[in-house]
Design a binder for this molecule. Structure first.
Ligand code: COA
Length: 331
């Protein structure tokens, strides 16, 4: 069976940059509070006319150009998002249409911050079994329009940003390289600790003025619980990837963790036993872009020359659900 390799990566974020001081103009917060608690300085928010699918399209076109491929050479789209443009259909078909395609499958993956690794696992299985050869894997989010941009939502709103990251994946015959393993986990007992309650068909009617008045359409979070579980479960997922591949932290060239919070990333680094140069962070500039955070960080790391052929790359994520995941890749 062939392994799955990354053929090209790319990302696209909206031009509009929102600083912590900008947020302090619209809610009771401060640059000092946000920086100390999360490490975030700026994030990007969409402007009129931009959508999740438009961000994903821009990122996909950049990746296709890097790969020297035409959209028609893609066999499948795996689109990971928890902030779809519409209730249905999923965003994959909108991206497909924007790319001028009409004859390939598009699947949407709804696994929040773990979405990209869950999507990687699906794409990897299809590529290894030969079902699809060239898979466009997308992580894209537009959080800003769904956030409570008042003081009521400040604990959550200051953390999230918009953006899209993609990878084009395909088979490699080199037995030494490619995706070595993926490890997926979920525990629905914590589903309401970070969630968006409505619109939702558990409600009748599924959207109402009352639900909106109560702010049920905004993401809400028990921050301390999320922090606690993320700090424990992300290192556990990294340990699973190390153990499955019989490697040690010293063998890791780069860990690209989901960018949720700098303090969480630092705790993961310490728990796993990695040096600063083995962990990539860019949360200061993008905030938490959920399914987009790993592909954005991965593409930036590659552009900075942080990975070379043969290096061991680890990915890890944690988020709403709770879901968490890791992957090991021989670059
Ligand atoms: N600006 C200023 N003050 C804020 C604020 C903001 N944006 N958000 C909350 N506060 C206030 C709270 O109201 C509280 O005030 P009080 O003490 O008067 O009640 C105080 O700051 C401390 O709040 P608390 O929730 O205890 O802070 P914390 O140290 O737990 O940090 C988070 C809050 C959200 C930064 C932290 O819990 C966290 O990072 N959690 C994980 C979040 C995450 O990564 N989510 C995504 C996972 S994929």
């Amino acid at each position: 069976m062939p392994r799955t390799e990354f053929i090209a990566t790319a990302f696209h974020v909206p031009e509009r940059v929102v600083t912590n001081d900008d947020l302090a103009q619209i809610m009771d917060t401060s640059d000092e509070w946000i920086t100390q608690r999360s490490g975030i300085k700026t994030r990007h928010w969409v402007s009129d006319g931009e959508t999740g699918a438009s961000l994903a399209t821009a990122a996909a076109r950049k990746a296709l150009a890097k790969a020297g491929m035409r959209p028609a050479e893609l066999d499948c789209i795996v689109y990971c998002t928890c902030t779809p443009d519409h209730f249905e259909p999923g965003n994959g078909v909108f991206l497909e249409r924007e790319l001028g395609l009409s004859d390939i499958p598009a699947i949407d993956v709804r696994n929040q911050c773990s979405g990209f690794i869950y999507g990687l696992s699906v794409a990897d299985a299809w590529i290894r079994t030969g079902q699809y050869r060239r898979v466009l894997l997308v992580g894209a989010e537009v959080h800003s329009r769904g956030l409570d941009r008042t003081t009521r939502g400040r604990d959550t709103t200051v953390l999230f940003g918009d953006g899209a990251g993609v990878a084009i994946l395909g088979p490699t015959d080199d037995p030494e390289r490619g995706v070595l393993s993926t490890h997926l986990f979920a525990d629905g007992r914590h589903a309401e600790k970070l969630w968006v309650d409505a619109p939702g068909l558990a409600h009748d009617p599924f959207i109402s003025e009352q639900l909106i008045r109560e702010g049920k359409h905004h993401a809400v979070m028990e921050g301390r619980e999320v922090f606690k579980y993320a700090s424990i479960l992300m290192p556990q997922s990294v340990a699973a990837a190390l153990e499955a591949n019989h490697v040690t932290p010293g063998d890791v060239k780069l860990l690209v963790p989901h960018q949720a919070n700098l303090r969480i990333i630092e705790m993961v680094q310490k728990a796993v036993g990695l040096r600063d140069d083995q962990v990539y962070t860019n949360i200061d500039r993008y905030g938490n872009t959920t399914a987009a955070s790993i592909p954005i960080a991965l593409d930036e790391a590659l552009c900075e020359g942080r990975l070379a052929r043969g290096d061991l790359l680890l990915l890890t994520a944690f988020g709403s659900g709770f879901t968490w995941a890791s992957a090991a890749v021989r670059w």
